[in-house]
Design a protein around this ligand. Structure first.
Ligand SMILES: NC(=O)c1ccc[n+]([C@@H]2O[C@H](COP(=O)([O-])OP(=O)(O)OC[C@H]3O[C@@H](n4cnc5c(N)ncnc54)[C@H](O)[C@@H]3O)[C@@H](O)[C@H]2O)c1
Length: 435
Protein backbone atom coordinates (compact mmCIF):
# COMPACT_ATOMS: atom_id res chain seq x y z
CA UNK A 1 0.00 0.00 0.00
CA UNK A 2 1.15 3.61 -0.56
CA UNK A 3 1.59 5.30 2.78
CA UNK A 4 2.47 8.86 3.77
CA UNK A 5 3.84 9.57 7.23
CA UNK A 6 3.95 13.16 8.43
CA UNK A 7 6.62 13.82 11.06
CA UNK A 8 10.04 12.14 11.09
CA UNK A 9 10.53 12.06 14.87
CA UNK A 10 10.63 9.04 17.18
CA UNK A 11 7.19 7.82 16.15
CA UNK A 12 7.05 8.96 12.51
CA UNK A 13 10.49 7.70 11.58
CA UNK A 14 9.94 4.35 13.26
CA UNK A 15 6.51 4.01 11.64
CA UNK A 16 7.96 4.84 8.20
CA UNK A 17 10.93 2.49 8.41
CA UNK A 18 8.86 -0.38 9.83
CA UNK A 19 6.05 -0.07 7.28
CA UNK A 20 8.69 -0.06 4.52
CA UNK A 21 10.24 -3.16 6.14
CA UNK A 22 6.77 -4.78 6.04
CA UNK A 23 6.65 -4.22 2.26
CA UNK A 24 4.73 -0.97 1.90
CA UNK A 25 5.78 2.04 -0.13
CA UNK A 26 6.35 4.92 2.29
CA UNK A 27 6.95 8.63 1.83
CA UNK A 28 7.87 10.31 5.12
CA UNK A 29 7.65 14.10 5.42
CA UNK A 30 9.07 16.59 7.86
CA UNK A 31 9.29 20.38 7.92
CA UNK A 32 12.90 20.23 9.08
CA UNK A 33 14.86 20.38 5.80
CA UNK A 34 18.18 19.43 7.39
CA UNK A 35 16.60 16.34 8.97
CA UNK A 36 15.13 15.28 5.61
CA UNK A 37 18.46 15.86 3.84
CA UNK A 38 20.29 13.72 6.39
CA UNK A 39 17.66 10.99 6.32
CA UNK A 40 17.89 10.72 2.55
CA UNK A 41 21.61 10.01 3.04
CA UNK A 42 20.74 7.31 5.57
CA UNK A 43 21.76 9.36 8.63
CA UNK A 44 19.30 8.74 11.45
CA UNK A 45 19.13 11.75 13.79
CA UNK A 46 17.77 9.88 16.84
CA UNK A 47 19.09 7.02 18.93
CA UNK A 48 16.90 3.96 18.30
CA UNK A 49 18.14 0.40 18.20
CA UNK A 50 17.74 -1.17 14.73
CA UNK A 51 16.41 2.02 13.13
CA UNK A 52 19.50 2.94 11.04
CA UNK A 53 19.48 -0.57 9.56
CA UNK A 54 15.79 -0.39 8.64
CA UNK A 55 16.16 3.11 7.16
CA UNK A 56 19.12 1.90 5.07
CA UNK A 57 17.10 -1.13 3.94
CA UNK A 58 14.12 1.08 3.00
CA UNK A 59 16.27 3.55 1.04
CA UNK A 60 18.08 0.75 -0.79
CA UNK A 61 14.83 -0.97 -1.77
CA UNK A 62 13.31 2.43 -2.72
CA UNK A 63 10.31 1.61 -0.58
CA UNK A 64 11.21 4.51 1.71
CA UNK A 65 11.81 8.13 0.83
CA UNK A 66 11.92 11.40 2.71
CA UNK A 67 10.50 14.71 1.55
CA UNK A 68 10.02 18.20 2.91
CA UNK A 69 6.39 19.19 3.46
CA UNK A 70 3.33 17.11 4.37
CA UNK A 71 1.52 17.77 1.08
CA UNK A 72 4.42 16.32 -0.93
CA UNK A 73 4.04 13.04 0.95
CA UNK A 74 0.24 12.90 1.03
CA UNK A 75 -0.33 13.57 -2.68
CA UNK A 76 -0.31 9.94 -3.88
CA UNK A 77 -1.00 8.21 -0.59
CA UNK A 78 -3.83 5.78 0.18
CA UNK A 79 -3.26 6.16 3.92
CA UNK A 80 -1.73 9.22 5.63
CA UNK A 81 -0.38 8.90 9.19
CA UNK A 82 -0.10 12.04 11.31
CA UNK A 83 2.89 11.60 13.64
CA UNK A 84 3.63 15.17 14.69
CA UNK A 85 4.20 16.35 18.24
CA UNK A 86 1.31 17.16 20.60
CA UNK A 87 3.09 18.99 23.45
CA UNK A 88 1.45 20.08 26.67
CA UNK A 89 -0.37 23.39 26.36
CA UNK A 90 -0.50 26.03 29.12
CA UNK A 91 -3.73 24.56 30.61
CA UNK A 92 -2.41 20.97 30.54
CA UNK A 93 -4.37 20.00 27.41
CA UNK A 94 -2.52 18.62 24.38
CA UNK A 95 -1.56 21.38 21.96
CA UNK A 96 -3.19 20.43 18.66
CA UNK A 97 -1.57 23.17 16.58
CA UNK A 98 0.83 20.83 14.75
CA UNK A 99 -1.94 18.35 13.93
CA UNK A 100 -4.20 21.15 12.73
CA UNK A 101 -1.44 22.64 10.54
CA UNK A 102 -0.80 19.29 8.89
CA UNK A 103 -4.52 18.69 8.27
CA UNK A 104 -4.75 22.08 6.51
CA UNK A 105 -1.57 21.40 4.50
CA UNK A 106 -2.66 18.00 3.18
CA UNK A 107 -6.35 18.80 2.56
CA UNK A 108 -5.89 20.17 -0.99
CA UNK A 109 -3.97 17.10 -2.23
CA UNK A 110 -5.93 14.21 -0.68
CA UNK A 111 -7.43 11.85 -3.26
CA UNK A 112 -10.98 10.54 -2.69
CA UNK A 113 -10.84 7.32 -0.68
CA UNK A 114 -7.78 8.31 1.38
CA UNK A 115 -7.73 7.39 5.06
CA UNK A 116 -6.07 9.93 7.38
CA UNK A 117 -4.86 8.34 10.61
CA UNK A 118 -4.03 10.08 13.88
CA UNK A 119 -1.02 8.26 15.30
CA UNK A 120 0.02 11.19 17.44
CA UNK A 121 -1.34 10.99 20.98
CA UNK A 122 -4.41 13.20 20.77
CA UNK A 123 -7.33 13.84 23.13
CA UNK A 124 -10.76 12.32 22.80
CA UNK A 125 -12.58 14.09 19.98
CA UNK A 126 -9.47 14.58 17.80
CA UNK A 127 -10.65 12.27 15.03
CA UNK A 128 -13.70 14.51 14.62
CA UNK A 129 -11.46 17.58 15.00
CA UNK A 130 -9.26 16.52 12.05
CA UNK A 131 -12.33 15.61 9.98
CA UNK A 132 -13.71 19.11 10.66
CA UNK A 133 -10.44 20.83 9.67
CA UNK A 134 -10.38 18.82 6.43
CA UNK A 135 -14.01 19.79 5.72
CA UNK A 136 -13.25 23.47 6.38
CA UNK A 137 -10.39 23.13 3.89
CA UNK A 138 -12.68 21.85 1.16
CA UNK A 139 -12.53 18.04 1.57
CA UNK A 140 -15.94 16.38 1.15
CA UNK A 141 -16.88 14.44 4.28
CA UNK A 142 -17.57 11.24 2.34
CA UNK A 143 -14.33 11.38 0.33
CA UNK A 144 -11.81 11.05 3.17
CA UNK A 145 -12.09 9.05 6.40
CA UNK A 146 -10.24 9.98 9.57
CA UNK A 147 -9.24 7.18 11.95
CA UNK A 148 -7.33 6.83 15.19
CA UNK A 149 -4.44 4.37 15.53
CA UNK A 150 -2.54 5.31 18.69
CA UNK A 151 1.08 4.27 19.07
CA UNK A 152 2.34 2.44 22.16
CA UNK A 153 6.05 2.06 21.34
CA UNK A 154 8.71 2.75 23.96
CA UNK A 155 11.69 4.92 23.08
CA UNK A 156 14.81 2.80 22.98
CA UNK A 157 12.73 -0.22 21.88
CA UNK A 158 10.73 1.57 19.20
CA UNK A 159 11.47 -0.76 16.26
CA UNK A 160 10.95 -3.88 18.33
CA UNK A 161 7.72 -2.53 19.78
CA UNK A 162 6.33 -1.43 16.43
CA UNK A 163 6.94 -4.85 14.88
CA UNK A 164 5.90 -6.78 18.00
CA UNK A 165 3.11 -4.76 19.59
CA UNK A 166 1.02 -6.13 22.43
CA UNK A 167 -2.04 -4.89 20.53
CA UNK A 168 -3.05 -2.70 17.61
CA UNK A 169 -5.90 -0.31 18.31
CA UNK A 170 -7.93 1.20 15.48
CA UNK A 171 -10.74 3.66 16.12
CA UNK A 172 -12.93 4.38 13.15
CA UNK A 173 -16.61 4.97 12.34
CA UNK A 174 -16.35 3.34 8.91
CA UNK A 175 -15.58 -0.40 8.86
CA UNK A 176 -14.05 -0.38 5.36
CA UNK A 177 -11.48 2.23 6.43
CA UNK A 178 -10.70 0.27 9.61
CA UNK A 179 -10.08 -2.83 7.47
CA UNK A 180 -7.75 -0.79 5.23
CA UNK A 181 -5.68 0.35 8.23
CA UNK A 182 -5.61 -3.14 9.76
CA UNK A 183 -4.42 -4.56 6.40
CA UNK A 184 -1.24 -2.51 6.78
CA UNK A 185 -0.35 -4.64 9.81
CA UNK A 186 -1.10 -7.97 8.12
CA UNK A 187 2.43 -9.25 8.73
CA UNK A 188 2.42 -8.20 12.37
CA UNK A 189 1.41 -10.84 14.90
CA UNK A 190 -0.80 -9.01 17.39
CA UNK A 191 -4.45 -8.78 18.40
CA UNK A 192 -6.27 -5.98 16.59
CA UNK A 193 -8.94 -4.10 18.46
CA UNK A 194 -11.30 -2.11 16.24
CA UNK A 195 -13.42 0.33 18.16
CA UNK A 196 -14.95 3.79 17.97
CA UNK A 197 -12.54 6.76 17.73
CA UNK A 198 -13.23 8.14 21.22
CA UNK A 199 -12.45 4.77 22.85
CA UNK A 200 -9.26 4.35 20.80
CA UNK A 201 -8.09 7.81 21.86
CA UNK A 202 -8.91 7.08 25.49
CA UNK A 203 -7.10 3.70 25.42
CA UNK A 204 -3.81 5.51 24.77
CA UNK A 205 -4.26 8.00 27.61
CA UNK A 206 -5.59 5.40 30.03
CA UNK A 207 -2.61 3.11 29.28
CA UNK A 208 -0.02 5.81 29.88
CA UNK A 209 -1.83 7.07 32.99
CA UNK A 210 -1.93 3.53 34.37
CA UNK A 211 1.82 3.04 33.84
CA UNK A 212 2.56 6.41 35.43
CA UNK A 213 0.38 5.33 38.36
CA UNK A 214 2.44 2.15 38.75
CA UNK A 215 5.64 4.21 38.89
CA UNK A 216 4.27 6.67 41.46
CA UNK A 217 2.84 3.77 43.46
CA UNK A 218 6.16 1.94 43.74
CA UNK A 219 7.93 5.21 44.60
CA UNK A 220 5.41 5.85 47.36
CA UNK A 221 5.87 2.28 48.64
CA UNK A 222 9.66 2.84 48.53
CA UNK A 223 9.28 5.90 50.73
CA UNK A 224 7.21 3.92 53.25
CA UNK A 225 9.75 1.06 53.10
CA UNK A 226 12.52 3.44 54.04
CA UNK A 227 10.53 4.72 57.00
CA UNK A 228 9.85 1.20 58.32
CA UNK A 229 13.20 -0.32 57.33
CA UNK A 230 11.83 -2.69 54.70
CA UNK A 231 13.77 -3.34 51.47
CA UNK A 232 11.89 -1.96 48.47
CA UNK A 233 13.74 -4.26 46.07
CA UNK A 234 12.61 -7.33 47.96
CA UNK A 235 9.10 -5.88 48.12
CA UNK A 236 8.99 -5.15 44.38
CA UNK A 237 10.33 -8.62 43.65
CA UNK A 238 7.70 -10.23 45.82
CA UNK A 239 4.96 -8.15 44.27
CA UNK A 240 6.16 -8.77 40.71
CA UNK A 241 5.86 -12.53 41.01
CA UNK A 242 2.10 -12.01 41.23
CA UNK A 243 1.00 -12.39 37.61
CA UNK A 244 -1.76 -9.86 38.19
CA UNK A 245 0.90 -7.26 39.03
CA UNK A 246 4.00 -8.23 37.00
CA UNK A 247 7.57 -6.94 37.28
CA UNK A 248 7.41 -4.05 34.86
CA UNK A 249 7.26 -0.46 36.10
CA UNK A 250 8.01 -1.53 39.66
CA UNK A 251 11.43 0.13 39.83
CA UNK A 252 11.70 2.90 42.40
CA UNK A 253 13.66 5.91 41.21
CA UNK A 254 13.48 9.61 40.53
CA UNK A 255 9.97 9.44 39.06
CA UNK A 256 8.62 9.19 35.53
CA UNK A 257 9.57 11.63 32.80
CA UNK A 258 10.12 11.73 29.06
CA UNK A 259 8.12 13.09 26.19
CA UNK A 260 4.92 11.14 26.95
CA UNK A 261 3.90 10.35 30.53
CA UNK A 262 4.00 13.87 32.04
CA UNK A 263 2.13 15.51 29.18
CA UNK A 264 -0.31 12.63 28.65
CA UNK A 265 -1.21 12.48 32.33
CA UNK A 266 -1.73 16.27 32.31
CA UNK A 267 -3.90 16.01 29.19
CA UNK A 268 -6.04 13.25 30.71
CA UNK A 269 -6.51 15.31 33.86
CA UNK A 270 -7.64 18.21 31.67
CA UNK A 271 -10.05 15.97 29.75
CA UNK A 272 -11.51 14.66 33.03
CA UNK A 273 -11.88 18.14 34.51
CA UNK A 274 -13.55 19.44 31.33
CA UNK A 275 -15.94 16.49 31.50
CA UNK A 276 -16.83 17.34 35.11
CA UNK A 277 -14.88 14.53 36.82
CA UNK A 278 -12.28 15.28 39.45
CA UNK A 279 -9.64 12.60 38.87
CA UNK A 280 -8.11 12.66 42.38
CA UNK A 281 -6.20 9.40 41.93
CA UNK A 282 -4.31 10.81 38.94
CA UNK A 283 -3.73 14.12 40.71
CA UNK A 284 -2.01 12.10 43.45
CA UNK A 285 0.15 10.33 40.86
CA UNK A 286 1.41 13.70 39.60
CA UNK A 287 1.99 14.95 43.14
CA UNK A 288 3.99 11.85 44.15
CA UNK A 289 6.07 12.21 41.00
CA UNK A 290 6.83 15.85 41.68
CA UNK A 291 7.80 15.11 45.28
CA UNK A 292 10.04 12.24 44.15
CA UNK A 293 12.46 14.64 42.45
CA UNK A 294 12.80 16.45 45.78
CA UNK A 295 13.28 13.09 47.55
CA UNK A 296 16.38 12.50 45.44
CA UNK A 297 17.69 16.00 46.13
CA UNK A 298 17.30 15.31 49.86
CA UNK A 299 19.13 11.99 49.57
CA UNK A 300 22.02 13.70 47.81
CA UNK A 301 22.01 16.45 50.40
CA UNK A 302 22.22 13.88 53.19
CA UNK A 303 25.03 12.05 51.38
CA UNK A 304 26.89 15.35 51.00
CA UNK A 305 26.80 15.90 54.77
CA UNK A 306 23.67 18.04 54.94
CA UNK A 307 24.81 20.93 52.73
CA UNK A 308 24.70 21.03 48.96
CA UNK A 309 26.44 24.39 48.50
CA UNK A 310 30.01 23.67 47.49
CA UNK A 311 29.47 19.90 47.07
CA UNK A 312 30.76 18.32 43.87
CA UNK A 313 28.23 15.80 42.54
CA UNK A 314 28.65 13.35 39.69
CA UNK A 315 25.63 12.49 37.59
CA UNK A 316 25.70 9.52 35.25
CA UNK A 317 22.96 9.66 32.67
CA UNK A 318 20.85 12.67 31.78
CA UNK A 319 18.16 11.24 29.52
CA UNK A 320 14.84 10.22 31.05
CA UNK A 321 15.75 6.54 30.82
CA UNK A 322 18.37 4.22 29.33
CA UNK A 323 18.85 3.60 25.59
CA UNK A 324 17.47 6.93 24.41
CA UNK A 325 18.89 10.36 23.62
CA UNK A 326 15.60 12.06 24.55
CA UNK A 327 15.97 14.72 27.25
CA UNK A 328 12.37 15.94 27.19
CA UNK A 329 11.06 16.20 30.76
CA UNK A 330 13.94 14.12 32.10
CA UNK A 331 13.92 13.80 35.90
CA UNK A 332 17.73 13.78 35.73
CA UNK A 333 17.67 17.29 34.26
CA UNK A 334 15.10 18.53 36.79
CA UNK A 335 17.14 17.14 39.70
CA UNK A 336 20.40 18.48 38.27
CA UNK A 337 18.87 21.95 38.04
CA UNK A 338 17.77 21.74 41.67
CA UNK A 339 21.28 20.70 42.77
CA UNK A 340 22.77 23.64 40.87
CA UNK A 341 20.21 26.00 42.41
CA UNK A 342 21.39 24.86 45.83
CA UNK A 343 24.97 25.80 44.98
CA UNK A 344 26.40 22.36 44.13
CA UNK A 345 28.85 21.78 41.30
CA UNK A 346 27.43 19.10 39.01
CA UNK A 347 29.69 17.03 36.77
CA UNK A 348 27.61 14.99 34.37
CA UNK A 349 28.16 12.31 31.79
CA UNK A 350 25.75 10.90 29.25
CA UNK A 351 26.89 8.75 26.33
CA UNK A 352 24.05 9.82 24.05
CA UNK A 353 22.94 13.31 25.01
CA UNK A 354 25.85 15.21 26.57
CA UNK A 355 25.85 18.13 24.14
CA UNK A 356 22.09 18.55 24.06
CA UNK A 357 22.06 18.45 27.87
CA UNK A 358 24.68 21.17 28.06
CA UNK A 359 22.46 23.35 25.88
CA UNK A 360 19.62 22.80 28.38
CA UNK A 361 21.74 23.23 31.52
CA UNK A 362 24.70 25.45 30.65
CA UNK A 363 26.20 25.22 34.17
CA UNK A 364 26.94 21.49 33.87
CA UNK A 365 30.56 20.37 34.12
CA UNK A 366 31.81 17.27 32.32
CA UNK A 367 32.24 14.08 34.31
CA UNK A 368 35.39 12.26 33.20
CA UNK A 369 34.81 8.76 31.87
CA UNK A 370 36.93 7.42 34.72
CA UNK A 371 35.34 7.39 38.15
CA UNK A 372 37.51 8.21 41.17
CA UNK A 373 38.02 4.51 41.97
CA UNK A 374 39.69 4.11 38.58
CA UNK A 375 36.95 1.97 37.00
CA UNK A 376 35.65 3.04 33.65
CA UNK A 377 32.00 4.27 33.56
CA UNK A 378 30.00 1.54 31.91
CA UNK A 379 27.66 2.75 29.22
CA UNK A 380 24.62 1.04 30.67
CA UNK A 381 25.25 2.50 34.08
CA UNK A 382 25.86 5.92 32.61
CA UNK A 383 22.59 5.83 30.72
CA UNK A 384 20.43 4.83 33.64
CA UNK A 385 19.33 8.27 34.78
CA UNK A 386 20.44 10.07 37.88
CA UNK A 387 18.05 8.27 40.18
CA UNK A 388 18.88 4.63 39.66
CA UNK A 389 22.47 4.68 40.80
CA UNK A 390 22.24 7.17 43.66
CA UNK A 391 19.02 5.64 45.01
CA UNK A 392 20.56 2.19 45.12
CA UNK A 393 23.87 3.49 46.46
CA UNK A 394 22.52 5.84 49.04
CA UNK A 395 20.04 3.43 50.51
CA UNK A 396 21.30 2.00 53.76
CA UNK A 397 20.33 -1.50 54.91
CA UNK A 398 21.95 -4.90 55.10
CA UNK A 399 20.04 -6.81 52.40
CA UNK A 400 20.64 -4.51 49.46
CA UNK A 401 21.39 -7.13 46.85
CA UNK A 402 19.14 -10.12 46.38
CA UNK A 403 21.02 -13.26 45.25
CA UNK A 404 21.75 -13.20 41.53
CA UNK A 405 19.93 -16.44 40.88
CA UNK A 406 16.71 -15.13 42.36
CA UNK A 407 16.99 -11.93 40.36
CA UNK A 408 17.48 -13.80 37.12
CA UNK A 409 14.40 -15.87 37.68
CA UNK A 410 12.43 -12.69 38.18
CA UNK A 411 13.10 -11.49 34.64
CA UNK A 412 10.44 -12.05 31.97
CA UNK A 413 11.39 -14.67 29.27
CA UNK A 414 14.05 -13.47 26.85
CA UNK A 415 12.80 -12.70 23.34
CA UNK A 416 14.27 -14.62 20.37
CA UNK A 417 16.17 -12.90 17.57
CA UNK A 418 15.11 -12.26 13.98
CA UNK A 419 18.50 -12.56 12.30
CA UNK A 420 17.45 -10.92 9.02
CA UNK A 421 16.33 -7.64 10.52
CA UNK A 422 18.53 -7.75 13.62
CA UNK A 423 15.39 -7.14 15.60
CA UNK A 424 14.18 -8.93 18.67
CA UNK A 425 10.86 -10.67 18.24
CA UNK A 426 8.67 -11.87 21.05
CA UNK A 427 7.49 -15.46 21.15
CA UNK A 428 3.90 -16.06 20.20
CA UNK A 429 1.86 -15.83 23.33
CA UNK A 430 -1.02 -18.03 24.28
CA UNK A 431 -4.30 -16.10 24.21
CA UNK A 432 -5.09 -14.62 27.58
CA UNK A 433 -8.62 -14.91 28.84
CA UNK A 434 -10.10 -11.67 30.16
CA UNK A 435 -10.27 -11.32 33.93
N1 LIG B 1 8.12 9.42 21.58
C1 LIG B 1 7.41 8.38 22.03
O1 LIG B 1 7.92 7.50 22.72
C2 LIG B 1 5.96 8.27 21.68
C3 LIG B 1 5.29 7.05 21.87
C4 LIG B 1 3.95 6.96 21.53
C5 LIG B 1 3.27 8.07 21.07
N2 LIG B 1 3.94 9.26 20.93
C6 LIG B 1 3.19 10.41 20.40
O2 LIG B 1 3.52 10.54 19.01
C7 LIG B 1 3.56 11.92 18.62
C8 LIG B 1 4.91 12.26 18.04
O3 LIG B 1 5.89 12.08 19.04
P1 LIG B 1 7.46 12.10 18.70
O4 LIG B 1 8.16 11.78 19.97
O5 LIG B 1 7.72 11.28 17.48
O6 LIG B 1 7.65 13.65 18.35
P2 LIG B 1 8.93 14.32 17.71
O7 LIG B 1 8.96 15.71 18.24
O8 LIG B 1 10.13 13.46 17.88
O9 LIG B 1 8.62 14.35 16.14
C9 LIG B 1 7.66 15.16 15.54
C10 LIG B 1 8.17 15.55 14.16
O10 LIG B 1 7.10 16.16 13.45
C11 LIG B 1 7.68 17.17 12.63
N3 LIG B 1 6.63 18.12 12.20
C12 LIG B 1 5.98 19.04 12.93
N4 LIG B 1 5.12 19.72 12.17
C13 LIG B 1 5.21 19.22 10.92
C14 LIG B 1 4.58 19.51 9.69
N5 LIG B 1 3.65 20.48 9.58
N6 LIG B 1 4.94 18.82 8.59
C15 LIG B 1 5.87 17.84 8.68
N7 LIG B 1 6.51 17.51 9.83
C16 LIG B 1 6.18 18.19 10.94
C17 LIG B 1 8.72 17.79 13.54
O11 LIG B 1 9.68 18.54 12.79
C18 LIG B 1 9.32 16.54 14.20
O12 LIG B 1 10.43 16.04 13.47
C19 LIG B 1 3.22 12.70 19.90
O13 LIG B 1 1.83 12.95 19.91
C20 LIG B 1 3.58 11.75 21.01
O14 LIG B 1 2.84 11.98 22.19
C21 LIG B 1 5.26 9.37 21.21
Amino acid sequence: MRIAVVGAGYVGLTTSACFAHLGHSVVCADIDEERVRRLNKGEVPILEKGLPELVAEGLASRRLQFVVGAANAARDAEVVFLCVQTPQGPDGAADMTYVENVAREIAPVLAPGTVVVNKSTVPVGSTRFVQRILSESGVRHDDVTVASNPEFLREGQAVHDFLNPDRIVIGCERPEAAVRVSDLYRRVDAPILVTDPASAEMIKYASNAFLATKISFINAIANVCEAVDADIREVALGMGYDSRIGFQFLHPGPGYGGSCFPKDVAALLRTATDAGYEFRLLQGVVEVNRAQHEQIVEKVRAAAGGVLAGAVIGVWGLTFKADTDDLRDSPAIAITRRLLEEGATVRAFDPAAAEAARALVPDLDDLPRRVPGGRRCRRDRAAHGVGRVPLARLRPGPRRDAPTRRRRRAQPPRPRRDAAAGIRLRRRRAPVSPR
